[in-house]
Each structure stands twice: as structure tokens, then as C-alpha cells.
Write a protein that binds this ligand. Structure first.
Ligand code: UD1
Length: 366
């Protein structure tokens, strides 16, 4: 069994990873800055008490050096996570996500570990993979203009494209400051680990949901935003026409993926999509969540676009299945029921309006 450092381990995903690793008999140390937007500044109750905890910033070399003492393996999750916010808080996002990862690896040169597993993101793909009407695949699709009646991307001749599951080989299309940072983290992990005899792995997470999601942080995933609106008796606001598709993967499956990636002999040097392998529209998940929460409110289709949004992206998880034996277990309906049950016990401050105003003031929602 190993001693594992989880950077950002007090967060939504990190605290689940901590529990999964403790359950497997590892010792866990968490380094987390407990940023106000996510945690309100204190150690969250859901972080397992057995986890050793260090409060500190990933950009602080001395803190990172202290956190690495005696550690065998690292799970790197510390990051700023709002895609929309990354488009105006550029300095903060580049500082935490790129520089923070650089500080971690600088320290790892002096204190090498066996393996580093870094959280990358589906955001690096931009639009997912599409199929053209002639059967060929289109991997560099971009929406020139997203507007009512023309939400779906089309090929150069204006012909319709069908979205298909996105595999790891799809060329990255870095459409936000956040995506740029995640790609940098992923490449730093593989490059530096390779150069210094450590094993590097990156997991490209799709849309992660589950209990512990930061309900009052309006910059994280759509399910948390919808849940906090419903909790405050307001309808979920759906951008575009609601037919955009995503892959929602339960946080327990993601935690399992990290645990396996830390141990599996085939993981080193590779990137893996971690999703559920299923896809759903945003309208559908809004409706299902309202039902699960026992709310009569229906999602409201706004017809507005959010700058930087892609239309469809969902995971091809066959590499993780084949190489790591990864099998997402959580059924979506059961996952939503559990989320609803957890949400009912929370008090979420619905800050989505505030976030939307920030984006609108900068012309990032139209
Ligand atoms: C983005 C990132 C992803 C990251 C995730 C959570 C991209 C391509 N992906 O995913 O890496 O993990 O954020 O930070 O940048 N929506 C609404 N109403 C809302 C909020 C969102 O309709 O109030 C819609 C969005 O327009 C989008 C979908 O829901 O079509 C999903 O949005 P979101 O949960 O923010 O995640 P992604 O943009 O898929």
C-alpha cells in the first residue's frame, strides 16, 4: 500500500478520491488551499477524517515540498475549474493551473515519486468527434456561429454532421483558458514524468456529478447549477435549445478510475477518457433532475448562447475499459436520486444570476 498525496483533495472529486484510496488501504495526505468560492474557507466535513490535511497553495514551493515528504504517489487535482470564469480571470487561472502544476513538478524533480495521476478534462477536445454524411469522421469541427435554428455544427459544405463518441486520439481544440491549462497539466505530467523516471498518467474527465458538488459555485457543472436553482424554487435555465449532449459520469466511478490509474501496470504514459459511455441532452437531465428532486418546475429553454460552449461532446471510454478494466457502475437514475437526496440536505446560495451577470457584462453570454 502507498502513501498518496492528493492535491486539491478537499474538493468535490478529491474528497471522493480520498475515500476510495483509504478504502483500498492507502494512506492519504491532502494539500488544498480551501478557496473561498468552493469551500467557504474551511475543511469540508465530507473529507475523510483519516486523511492527513495540509492547508496551502499549490504555487507555494515550500508547502509542496512539505506535502511531498514520504509520499509514493500523487493525484493532481488542484485547479481552478470554471470554464466561463477562466475567460476573464485569466491571470488567476493560468497562475493556479499552469504555474501551480509547474511548481509541483519542479519539487518532484527533487523528491520523485513512483507515479503521478493528473486530472485532465474533456474540455481539451473542444467540439467532440462528428461523422459526415459520407461516413467519414470530422475531427476539427467548430461552430462558426451558434444561433437559434442553427445550433448544430455543419461541415464546410453546410451538410449536417452527426456527433459520435470522442476517443483520445481526437486532436485537441483548446477553446478556453481553462482548456489550455488542463492540456498544459496533462502534457507536463507525461513529459516531466517521462524525463525523470516517474510514471505519468492523465485522466480526461467528462461531466462529473454527484454528492459534494459545489452547489454555490456557479462556475462548475450544469447539474450543480440546476440543483441549486431548483432548491431555491427557480427553474433551471437552459442555454441554446437544450439538445446539446454531454456524458455525465458519477463521481464514485471517477474516484474508482483514479484508484485504478494509480495502480494499474498499463496506465503509465497514457491518457484515458473517463466518462459513463452514455450521453444525454441538457434538457433531459434538467427534467430528470427536477423529477428526482420532486420539483414541479420544468427547465426553461432560453435560446441564449454561452460564449465558448461546445455543442456536443461525449466519451468513447473503450481505451480505459480495455487497458484498465474500467467499468462505470453508477446508473444515471440512481445517481440523480442520490444527488437529489443529498441536495435536499444542503443550503445552496443560488449565485447563478451573479455568474451570468459577470459573463453578460463581458459579452460572454448573448
Ligand atoms: C465544461 C468543461 C469541462 C468541465 C465542466 C465543468 C468544456 C468543453 N468543458 O463542460 O471540462 O469539467 O465545464 O466545469 O469547456 N448549461 C445550461 N445552463 C446552465 C449551465 C450550463 O444550459 O445554467 C449548459 C451549457 O450551455 C452546456 C451544458 O449545460 O451546453 C454543460 O455545461 P457545463 O456543465 O458548464 O459543462 P461543459 O461546458 O460541458
Amino acid at each position: 500500500m502507498s502513501i498518496v498525496l492528493i492535491t486539491g483533495g478537499a474538493g468535490f472529486i478529491g474528497s471522493h478520491v480520498a475515500s476510495a484510496l483509504l478504502a483500498r488501504g492507502h494512506e492519504v495526505r491532502v494539500l488544498d488551499s480551501l478557496i473561498e468560492q468552493v469551500h467557504g474557507g474551511s475543511r469540508p466535513a465530507r473529507l475523510a477524517p483519516e486523511a492527513d490535511f495540509i492547508a496551502g497553495d499549490i504555487r507555494d514551493a515550500d508547502t509542496v515540498a512539505r506535502a511531498l515528504r514520504g509520499v509514493d504517489k500523487v493525484v493532481h487535482l488542484a485547479a481552478e475549474v470554471g470554464v466561463g470564469q477562466s475567460m476573464y480571470a485569466i491571470e488567476r487561472y493560468v497562475s493556479v493551473n499552469e504555474l501551480g502544476t509547474a511548481v509541483l513538478f519542479q519539487q518532484l524533480i527533487e523528491r520523485p515519486v513512483q507515479r503521478v495521476v493528473t486530472a485532465s478534462s474533456m474540455s481539451i477536445y473542444g467540439e467532440g468527434l462528428y461523422r459526415r454524411s459520407d461516413g467519414g469522421l470530422a475531427e476539427s469541427v467548430e461552430r462558426i456561429e451558434a444561433r437559434p435554428g442553427a445550433w448544430d455544427p455543419r461541415d464546410a459544405d453546410g451538410a449536417a454532421l452527426v456527433p459520435v463518441a470522442t476517443p483520445e486520439w481526437k486532436r485537441p481544440a483548446l477553446a478556453s483558458v481553462y482548456a489550455l491549462g488542463k492540456y498544459a497539466q496533462e502534457r507536463l505530467t507525461l513529459t516531466v514524468c517521462g524525463a525523470y523516471g516517474m510514471e505519468g498518467v492523465a485522466l480526461r474527465l467528462f461531466n462529473v456529478y454527484g454528492p459534494g458538488q459545489a452547489l454555490s459555485n456557479p462556475y462548475t457543472g450544469v447539474l450543480a447549477i440546476f440543483a441549486s436553482r431548483l432548491l431555491n424554487r427557480r427553474p433551471p435555465l437552459v442555454f441554446e435549445d437544450g439538445a446539446q449532449r454531454r456524458d455525465f459520469v458519477h463521481v464514485s466511478d471517477v474516484a474508482e478510475a483514479f484508484a485504478v490509474a494509480l495502480e494499474h501496470e498499463k496506465a503509465p504514459g497514457q491518457v484515458f477518457n473517463i466518462g459513463s459511455g452514455e450521453h444525454r441532452t441538457i434538457s433531459e437531465v434538467g427534467t430528470l433532475l427536477a423529477q428526482a428532486m420532486g420539483s414541479p418546475l420544468m427547465p426553461e429553454i432560453t435560446g441564449k448562447t454561452r460564449s465558448g460552449d461546445i455543442r456536443h461532446c461525449f466519451a468513447d471510454i473503450s481505451r480505459a475499459e480495455r487497458e484498465l478494466g474500467f467499468r462505470p457502475r453508477q446508473d444515471f437514475a440512481a445517481g440523480l436520486a442520490e444527488l437529489a437526496e443529498w441536495v435536499a440536505r444542503q443550503e445552496a446560495v443560488d449565485r447563478a444570476d451573479e455568474a451570468r451577470r459577470e459573463l453578460e457584462a463581458r459579452g460572454l453570454v448573448a
